[in-house]
Design a protein around this ligand. Structure first.
Ligand code: ADP
Ligand code: MG
Length: 244
């Protein structure tokens, strides 16, 4: 099977600080990878390098057989449409309704007709359980609802992979579950996902592979069972002891 994403010897420096130190990995179609690890370890930088929001200092990122690190910005933008991204802060457009947020990219970028975009947006809002909020403004929604809209908005471009950077970290505890549920459904439907998360329950239940990142390296990779039940690396053990 060919890899959807391949990461080869990926390094990133900010000035003299080496934040990513020669990472390797691959993500195959339908796989869910959870990236866990302590704050400052490089998780967000790694995720942003996958769609070249952050330019690697060296190494290669290949997505669907395209070497992203060799492309120009126009070529990159085309491929980025296939990589949905959801951040900790939902970043919805406050002056647009929920449905306008969701259909914006398909209309602007894909020239989808208004009719078709409305249909698509409503079906995606249904998928995240928010069809009845289509005409509401983001400010009137809870954090969990806003994040579900952000997921629907990312899905509107029909991505082949979804990248999540701590999508539940900014939420009140009672709203974490509803967002994780949407993500779990997405995974069950076969979406390829790379998820940076502190939600160890989600990683245990949903991930095919868990990559433990610390100090700019993947200190340990394995199945949830290997990482959570039988960690080999001392840094993994320390981290899990602190958070579990
Ligand atoms: P994590 O997501 O695991 O908390 P980050 O990828 O955000 O880690 O950060 C890893 C390291 O890179 C941190 O030391 C952080 O301060 C540094 N860093 C991240 N972004 C920048 C930047 N734009 N400029 C300088 N340093 C950065
Ligand atoms: Mg981060």
């Amino acid at each position: 099977m060919t890899d959807m994403i391949k990461i080869e010897d990926l390094s990133k420096k900010f000035g003299d600080t080496e934040v990513l130190k020669g990472l390797n990995g691959s993500v195959s179609k339908g796989q869910v990878i959870c990236v866990i690890g302590p704050s400052g370890g490089g998780k967000s930088t790694f995720l942003r390098c996958l769609n070249l929001l952050e330019k690697p200092t060296s190494g290669k990122v290949t997505f669907e057989s395209n070497e992203l690190t060799a492309l120009n910005e126009t070529q990159l933008n085309e491929l980025r449409e296939k990589m949905g991204m959801v951040f900790q802060s939902f970043n919805l457009f406050a002056n647009m309704t929920v449905i306008e947020n969701v259909k914006l990219a398909p209309v602007k970028v894909k020239n989808m007709s208004d009719d078709e975009a409305n249909k698509l947006a409503l079906s995606l809002l249904d998928q995240v359980g928010l069809q009845e909020k289509a005409d509401a403004y983001p400010a009137s929604l809870s954090g969990g609802q806003q994040q579900r809209v952000a997921i629907a908005r990312a899905l509107a471009m029909n991505p082949d992979v979804m990248l999540f950077d701590e999508p539940t970290s900014a939420l009140d505890p009672e709203m974490v579950g509803e967002v994780l549920k949407v993500m779990q459904d997405l995974a069950n439907d076969g979406m390829t996902m790379v998820v940076v998360t502190h939600e160890m329950g989600f990683a245990k239940n949903v991930a095919d592979q868990v990559w433990f990142m610390d100090g700019g390296v993947f200190a340990e990779k394995g199945t949830p069972e290997q990482i959570f039940e039988h960690p080999k690396n001392d840094r993994t053990k320390d981290f899990l002891a602190k958070i579990l």
